[in-house]
Design a protein around this ligand. Structure first.
Ligand SMILES: [Zn+2]
Length: 144
């Protein structure tokens, strides 16, 4: 298993109802082997599996090695994420903490070499609250 130290949160920058199949198509067209994200949260708050977490993703240029990519469907420069999407994101990150221990939770734009608005201002501004909400239960952390 590769070492995982952080999570990057993304938006699709597409209309909210465009989900995994459209994102996969775009990524294949860019020459990726499969969708670059590990998880996709759709407009209903469903968590869809993209690439396996055991595989390196393709979501933050030059910072994919130790990271997991989660994409929330929508363009959050222009609209607010839905409560169901935020709940799903919180649930997903909690489950990743249980599996990998506490991880850094970043927005794509936090990576210094990124020139992007991703995950959009409305989602980005919610990340501090999200980080503080997610509890780390040390007992449940599996050591790997
Ligand atoms: Zn991104």
């Amino acid at each position: 298993m590769r070492k995982i130290s952080k999570i990057y949160v993304h938006h699709s920058a597409l209309p909210r109802d465009k989900s995994l199949s459209e994102i996969r198509k775009l990524h294949l067209a860019r020459g990726f082997e499969d969708v670059g994200y590990h998880f996709i949260i759709d407009s209903k708050g469903e968590i869809l599996q993209g690439r396996s977490v055991e595989e390196t993703g393709a979501h933050v240029k030059r910072d994919n090695i130790e990271s997991i990519g989660i994409c929330v469907c929508g363009n959050f420069e222009e609209e607010q994420p839905l409560p169901s999407q935020l709940e799903a994101l919180e649930k997903l990150i909690s489950s990743l903490y249980k599996r990998f221990g506490k991880l850094q939770v970043l927005g794509h734009r936090d990576y210094s070499e990124s020139d992007t608005l991703c995950p959009g201002r409305y989602l980005y501004q919610l990340l501090p609250e999200l980080r503080s909400k997610i509890k780390v239960s040390q007992n449940s952390v599996e050591k790997r």
